[in-house]
Design a protein around this ligand. Structure first.
Ligand code: ADP
Ligand code: MG
Length: 393
């Protein structure tokens, strides 16, 4: 890591003619279980991974902000500190909306930057593959900006809400709190359990031996953002119908499968499928937390809940793809796989598999070549490990 940091500092210095004065790092995350339950105010389990984004900053003497990323071929993007507005989503440098959105939210929360700054970004987190490079970028930016301008976050939740609001209000992605929360609360050998209604997070120890593998399909639907927004709207529509008989519910996850059962007839077929997925998925997360809290090794039982989750995404929520299904089908037949499911929003992206420690590179290579034969795409399976949450370096 140290050699890497030196290399990064020298890239930053070449780009901005000054050594970075503040550096922050934030990891990516995998959604372990809890598919679209977050904005339905249910439970989610996530895990940090041992890859992430580093943000480096220096103050400027003028009112400008300079932005550059090692991952983007465009040189420095410059914008004015005053009157921050998002760039259109189809701009070749729309990535600047993530750090700028964070800045805008922090200004709304009382931060008063008198002068601008330069920000440089480095990442070993593949973007747009369900590992939440966006939350890593937002969170590392928020930590670094706080340090640069002496802005103190009340607690980890205030930090979480900064990135979350930036993504919703500035970038325009109606996401739940999962990504930012896991990135901030994660730790080695733990999953993060999140109650999205109470907005409370806690670490749950995951005992025993296992590996997490991420198989990115390298293919996502072009309309992914609008599909995501459609599912959100379908869930809210189903909730509104159910509220006519259960006025107390704030989100679909306020209903247990048993409480939902008598009301199923109220929903039209599509709404029924979406609501069933969300309500049963929430029950699967609760069951997994119960198993983890029992303390013993529970890999088989938890793995089977992962497979169930995928089948529910595939048939009820309809946010899977042929590629994701192929990977899960192949993993289900393979040796040493406890469970697998699509991770993240779906409509492309990645499959998460929980395997035995013996599965290893050899097991992953078999899945990879099967997928190449099926799709014509070469993918790089990633073994990921839960690690520390976001921090200043
Ligand atoms: P995910 O969060 O699953 O990786 P998103 O679409 O939410 O996918 O976020 C990806 C976006 O985050 C990219 O399109 C880009 O705008 C921004 N981003 C991610 N990594 C980098 C990077 N290294 N440099 C600049 N922007 C990045
Ligand atoms: Mg994201």
């Amino acid at each position: 890591m140290n050699a890497k940091l030196e290399e990064l500092k020298s890239w930053y210095e070449t780009t901005f003619q000054a050594a970075p004065s503040v550096m922050a790092w934030a990891p990516g995350r995998v959604e372990f279980l809890g598919n679209h339950t977050d904005y339905n105010l249910g439970m989610v389990l996530g895990s940090t991974i041992d890859r992430g984004i580093i943000v480096m900053m220096t103050p400027r003497k003028d009112q400008m902000i300079g932005l550059a990323s090692t991952g983007k071929d465009h040189p420095i993007v410059e914008v004015e500190l005053d009157g921050l507005e998002p760039l259109p989503g189809d701009s070749p440098v729309s990535w600047v909306n993530y750090p700028l959105g964070v800045l805008k939210i922090m200004i709304q929360n009382g931060m008063r930057p008198q002068k601008g700054f330069n920000i440089g970004i480095w990442s070993d987190l593949p973007e747009g593959s369900g590992l939440s490079s966006s939350a890593a970028l937002e969170t590392a930016s928020a930590l670094a900006l706080g340090k640069l301008y002496g802005f103190v976050f009340e607690d980890k939740y205030a930090l979480m809400r900064t990135g979350w609001r930036a993504e919703r209000e500035f970038v325009g992605m109606p996401c739940g709190i999962l990504d930012q929360t896991v990135v901030i609360f994660g730790d080695a050998d733990h999953l993060v359990s999140i109650d999205c209604k109470a907005e409370l997070a806690k670490g749950v120890r995951f005992q025993g031996d296992y590996q997490f593998w991420v198989f990115n399909t390298a293919h996502k639907h072009a309309l992914i953002d609008s599909f995501y927004a459609d599912r959100n709207a379908e869930c809210m529509g189903a909730r509104d119908v159910l509220r006519t008989v259960e006025p107390g519910i704030a989100g679909l996850c306020d209903l247990s499968p048993a409480a939902f059962e008598p009301h199923k007839g109220l929903l039209e077929p599509v709404a029924l499928k979406r609501a069933t997925h969300i309500i049963e998925e929430n029950a699967r997360v609760r069951e997994t937390i119960r198993l983890l809290e029992k303390g013993a090794v529970q890999q088989e039982a938890i793995g089977s809940l992962l497979f169930q989750s995928h089948r529910s995404s595939q048939h009820l929520f309809e946010n899977s793809t042929e590629d994701l299904d192929f990977l899960v089908d192949t993993l289900e037949r393979a040796e040493g796989v406890y469970g697998a499911r699509l991770t993240g929003g779906g409509f492309g992206g990645a499959v998460l598999a929980m395997t035995t420690p013996e599965f290893g590179e050899a097991g992953a290579a078999k899945i990879r070549s099967a997928y190449a034969a099926f799709s014509g795409r070469q993918i790089e399976p990633l073994m990921v490990k839960a690690g520390p949450g976001a921090k200043l370096l």
